[in-house]
Design a protein around this ligand. Sequence first.
Ligand SMILES: CC(C)(COP(=O)(O)OP(=O)(O)OC[C@H]1O[C@@H](n2cnc3c(N)ncnc32)[C@H](O)[C@@H]1OP(=O)(O)O)[C@@H](O)C(=O)NCCC(=O)NCCS
Length: 407
Amino acid sequence: MNALDIDLLRKSARGKAPRDRSTAHSLDRMTNLQVARRIVIFTVDAAGIASLVDAARADIPGLTCNRTIQTVANHNPDTFWAIARKDHFDISSPKGEGFFAVLPLTHEGLRGLLDGSLDTRNPDISCITRQSERPAGIYIWCIHAKGTLAAAIPLVLEKISTPLYRGVNLYSRPVTKEGLRVLEPLGFTPGARYDGLFAPNLQMCDRSKDVAAAKFRREPSVSVRVVQSMDEMARVIAIRGAVYMGEQQCPFEEEFDGNDFSATHLICHKDQEPVGCMRIRYFADFAKLERLAVRHESRNEGLASQIVSTAIELCRKKGYRVLYAHSQKRFLEFWEQQGFTRMTSARDFTFSDFDYTEVKLETERHPQSISLAADPYVIIRPEGRWDAPGILEMSANRGVSLLASAR
Ligand SMILES: CC(C)(COP(=O)(O)OP(=O)(O)OC[C@H]1O[C@@H](n2cnc3c(N)ncnc32)[C@H](O)[C@@H]1OP(=O)(O)O)[C@@H](O)C(=O)NCCC(=O)NCCS
């Protein structure tokens, strides 16, 4: 395990608040929430992995070869995360400035890590879990996050705290003197245990109590997902009723304009309470993002930004490269922050008592976009959840029924 800039990591892990306004935007002086709003964590394609790993070689001698890291990422995409500062990030050409790589290990893999038989420079792929499989332990394979970027590391660790990974212990092998202390503020202690084995040369972060704690603690969490049920649709209607009809006095017939059944809806929850939503409609050459709303009491917490970035990711995975929206003029800056620009030929117009202009985002093809070449089981997975097996492929285990073969 390699990591840089211990001081920054310590400060970030303790969630220090900004000390004064002049330095409030420096990454090392921000709380985790502030860091989260200024850092982008994303997955990259093979070329992206290669360029990040090549760039790290100067700082990390003896780093595993690109092909091994790529093989692991192909096997389980949750193993490699690129990190970038938002103000250095261009969504149309996403480039990382650092990265974080992990090995989610099977029972045998974790035993091998502790008894020394697992070669972490060239790990046996059968020792690494698949994306939807809960690992026995997670090995922090490599971190390259120089300077202020190191403040993002606790946020990347949150990526491996989703329900699938919650309570799974983390392991690391510090290879430098600094590395010995680098993860200490995040709860790592010297020596690692698993299944009766003890490895004094490893560090371990014991998260086994997290599972029990999670059962009793109400987690302040934010989620944005595709609406899949009438209950979720009722939540969307309630939010739009409150925001557009209540706040903006939009007549019912104009807000619920007949297009809701030809659209995808996103719902955003905070602490299990529905707080935001958006609608997406699809045309041959572009997808249109519309009806973005966040309840008044939850504004200025970055929720609309999260909803828009989920919508962009969803549309890109569906193969869209052009996203289009009508921005209320007063929100033009908001859309620009999300990567959209006012179209050169933008028309200005009004409806439902507000003035609008046309904004557009052009992106590269998403490396994992769904095409006709995709596995048919992937194509029939629930919208937006193409990374995990869906209910229909599980039904494939039943085979063909007698009824079908009798025809
Ligand atoms: C527009 C709306 C969805 C923003 O929701 P939000 O969750 O408060 O937005 P975020 O917290 O993600 O804000 C992101 C950025 O937009 C900016 N922003 C938010 N509301 C703004 C406003 N009223 N005017 C100008 N900028 C605004 C914020 O400054 C923030 O920038 P920062 O991160 O640098 O501070 C919300 O105000 C809303 O629901 N408005 C009513 C519905 C509406 O008119 N929607 C039409 C959108 S075209």
